[in-house]
Ligand binder design. Structure first.
Ligand code: ATP
Length: 349
């Protein structure tokens, strides 16, 4: 779908892209990087709107340097910033964009109605956009990117400004663009957890250079760290401490420290799962102490680990789980030791 070879974009004072080589296939791909990493610059080059200083790029097999117009016929683009005219309705605006893409009037109206329905805008589509909420405006921007039935859409920060419910709805829509219509998606986001949940593949850039490009399942592969949370009891007012002592005596390797658990429960112990038998040992030890087992879960890696010195392996070594919806700019300082898979999922809702 997208290939870049040693692509660079140098402004007088800053290098926005630095010899970036990518090969992005069909499906939903996340492009992640901190502010200024070069995401928007890359999108503009891919659309043929801005020429690269060096290197080459092709979208759908078309060279961005010579085939910008042909690329834009087959590619939809949702810009990051608010760019909608306030005094026309969503219907008028999206019909206009469909006509600009070359659809005849009747087809433009029909596709507009279908697309606005698909993004969840119904009777409000006849009202002026100026009165819309941020979520509704984001939907209009998405609709105009889809209205000409592109093969690929480039979505620049589509969840910007949305509340957690709005974000989840937008992420669901993005997934369905691919599953229902077979359109491939390149989506940028600062929120790493969003990409983990939505994308098949994730590309991480930093300072215009490629940090890593892998399938999401590779980024989030399972670690050997097991998180165990238990309740306290009358006999063991500190259930976690009692369990820690028993497991250590049983020869299980525990990671230093604990994490906060669910309200009303205890703390979370992190330990090394040598094999299946570790699960049995934990279960039997918890039962033997008469404690309640709140959870026993195998930890996964998270994309955020790519941004920390030493990368993913170091995060796993320390048994540190990441806040799944951590923004890239906040990595690495605020991530260490925070959150669990469950609590961060809860934050996202
Ligand atoms: N027209 C321009 N002239 C000079 N510098 C620019 C220009 N456009 C972008 N830059 C710089 O290039 C770098 C990359 O910017 P870009 O907008 O691509 O980053 P980004 O990853 O999209 O960040 P954000 O998420 O904040 O939009 C930044 O340092 C930015 O200031």
């Amino acid at each position: 779908m997208i290939v870049t070879e040693s692509l660079s974009m140098r402004y007088p004072r800053v290098t926005a892209l630095d010899r970036l080589s990518l090969d992005i296939g069909p499906g939903v791909t996340g492009l992640v990087g901190a502010n200024g990493a070069g995401k928007s610059t890359l999108i503009k080059i891919l659309l043929g709107l801005s020429p690269a200083t060096e290197g080459r790029a092709a979208v759908l097999g078309l060279d961005v340097a010579t085939s910008g117009a042909a690329i834009r016929e087959q590619v939809g683009y949702m810009p990051e910033h608010d760019c909608l005219p306030p005094d026309v309705s969503a219907t008028e605006f999206v019909v206009h964009m469909a006509r600009m893409s070359g659809l005849p009037p009747a087809a433009a109206r029909e596709r507009t109605a279908d697309t606005l329905r698909h993004v969840g805008l119904y009777e409000e589509r006849y009202r002026p956009i100026g009165g819309y909420s941020t979520g509704m405006k984001q939907r209009v921007k998405l609709a105009q990117a889809l209205v000409h039935d592109p093969r690929l859409v480039l979505l620049d920060e589509p969840t910007n400004g949305l509340d957690p419910v709005g974000r989840d709805e937008m992420l669901g829509l993005i997934r369905r663009i691919h599953t229902d219509f077979g359109i491939s998606v390149l989506v940028t986001s600062h929120l790493l957890g969003e990409l983990e949940r939505t994308c098949d593949h994730v590309v991480v850039i930093d300072g215009g250079s490629l940090l890593r490009s892998s399938s999401t399942s590779d980024f989030t592969r399972i670690t050997t760290t097991l998180a165990v949370e238990v309740t306290d009891s009358d006999e063991h007012p500190d259930g976690t401490a009692a369990l820690r002592d028993k497991l250590t005596a049983a020869g299980i390797t525990l990671h230093a420290g604990t994490e906060e658990g669910l309200p009303g429960a205890g703390h979370v112990l992190l330990l090394e799962a040598a094999g299946e038998e570790t699960y049995d040992t934990v279960r039997d030890t918890v039962a033997g102490l008469g404690l309640g087992l709140v959870r026993m879960e195998q930890r996964r890696h998270h994309i955020a680990e790519v941004f920390r010195p030493g990368g993913a392996d170091r995060g796993a070594e320390r048994g540190v789980d990441q806040a799944a919806d951590q923004a890239v700019g906040q990595v690495p300082d605020q991530v260490a030791g925070q959150g669990t898979d469950q609590s961060t999922e809860a934050q996202a809702r």
